[in-house]
Write a new protein. Sequence first.
Length: 495
Amino acid sequence: MHPVTQERSALATVADAKGLLAEFGLAVLASAALVVYCTRLRVDALDLTNQVSSIGSMMFAFAIAIALPTAILAVLDWRRPNRYTKRAAAALLAGSTSGMVAGGIAVALSGTSCAINSLGGDSGRLAIWAARPDLLPAEYPPLVPKLIGILSTLTGTPEPHTWKALSIALIALFGPVLYVLWRFIASALQSLFFGPLIGMAYLDPYKPFVSLGLGTTVFGIVAAGLYLRNKPTAKLAPILIGLLVGITVLIYPGWIPWVALGFLAYLALLPWRTQWRPQLRFLALAGLALLVTAGWWVLGALPSVSGIQDRFFYHDVWVRPTYFAAWFDDAPELGVRLPPFGPLGGVDDFTVLLFLAVFVGVWLKGRSTLVFMLGSVFAGAWVWKMMLAGQMRETGLVQLFPRGNAVMLATALIISAVALISILRWIAGKIEPGNRLGVPLATAALLILPLVIATTASSITTRYMPSDSGKGALTKIAHTSTCWPIPENPDVSVE
C-alpha cells in the first residue's frame, strides 16, 4: 500500500484486502475490549470521586491491554522489522482512540438506560423518530432512526434504550472505521494520524454519527481526488467511493455541501487533456453508485430541504467568523471564551501554530494531490462560511454556517500532520544511519502515541461526566429524566 504523500495509489490486492480486514478486526477488538471493561465497572456516575476513579481504572486497563502490547510490537519491529508488527501496533492504537471515549461514555451513563440528553435535543429526536416513524421529517436522513428501529425489534428493547447502546457502539467504531478507510491509500502510521488521531479533535459523543460522517466525507473526497489524478482507470475504486459517500449521505449529509465547493475547484484545475475519458468514466461510476445508494432519499427530500430555514442562533454563531480552531457545536462549555485571546494581534497560540503547520505542509507538499485537495476544501468551506455569515443580518438565518469550522479544522490538521511526517522523515534520514543509540522513527512514535491518545481520550470523557454545566449536563439529564415511554405528542420540530 503506497503512502498518499508519494503521489502513488493502488487498488488493494486480495492479500492486501485480507490484511486490512485483519487490521480492522484488531482495531475493533481493542475498542470493544475497552468498552466491555468499562461497562463492568461498578460506579456511581453522579459522584465525582467515582468519575475520577473510573477514568483512572480505564487508563490502567489501556496501559496493560493496549499500550504494553503496542510497545512490545514496536520494539520487535525495531529489532527485526517485518510487515506485520507495525500494522498491528497501529491498529491497536486506532481502536483505542475511540474505544476509551466510548468506555468513558459508558461509565458516564452507568445506571441509566437513556442515551445522552435522554429525549432532548437532536439525539433524543432520533429515538423518538425510531419509535414513531410517522414523525420522521422527509428532509432528515433516515439511516440512523431506521437502524435504531430494526435493532430495537431484534432485541426487544425500547428504542431509547437501543439508541444508548447504538450510540456507544458508533463511538467505539469511529477509530477503526477511519483507520481502515485511510489504509486503502496510506501507510499504517499515516492512517493512524490522518484518521483516528485527528478525528479525536472533532469526535462528538453526543452525536457520533455526525462526527463519523465528517471523517468519511473528508476521506471520500481525498480518495476521489487521488484516483482521478493518479489512477482514473480503476473500476472498483469509484464504485466503493460512491457507495461510501452514499451511505454517508443517509447517515448525515450536512458535510457534503461544505466540501463540494473545494472539490469542484479541484476538478476545474485537474489536468484533463490526456486522461479525460477515464476521468469522466470514474466520475460517472462514482455518481451512479451514489445515486443507487442514496438517490431515492435525496430526490424525495429535495423539496423539503429547499425550504428549510435555520434560525438557531447558538454559541458558535456569535464567535468571530474567521475563527475555526475549536469545534464546540451547539452545546458549548459554559464559561469558555471563544475565540480565546492571544498575543499575536489577539490570535491565540493554537491558531498561530496551526497556520504555521499548514504553511509548512503547503510549502513541502503543496504539489501533492492530498495537500492540494485538502487546501481546496479548506478554502471552499471558508468562503462559503463567510458568505452565509455575511447574509445573516439581512436574512436572520444561520443555515448551519458554523459547521464549516469542523471541516476547516479537520483539513488543516491533516495538512499539519503531512508537514510533521515530512519533517520527521527528513530528520530521520539525516541521523538514523549513523545513530546507533537511537531508535527508528516509527518505533519512537508507537512508544509515545499511547500517552497522547490516553490524554486526549481522558479530556473528552471528563467533559462528559455528569455535572451541572457544559457537556456533563447532557449526561446528567440521562440520569435525572425518563426516556420511556415516549410522550404521546413529543416535540420533534425541525425548522
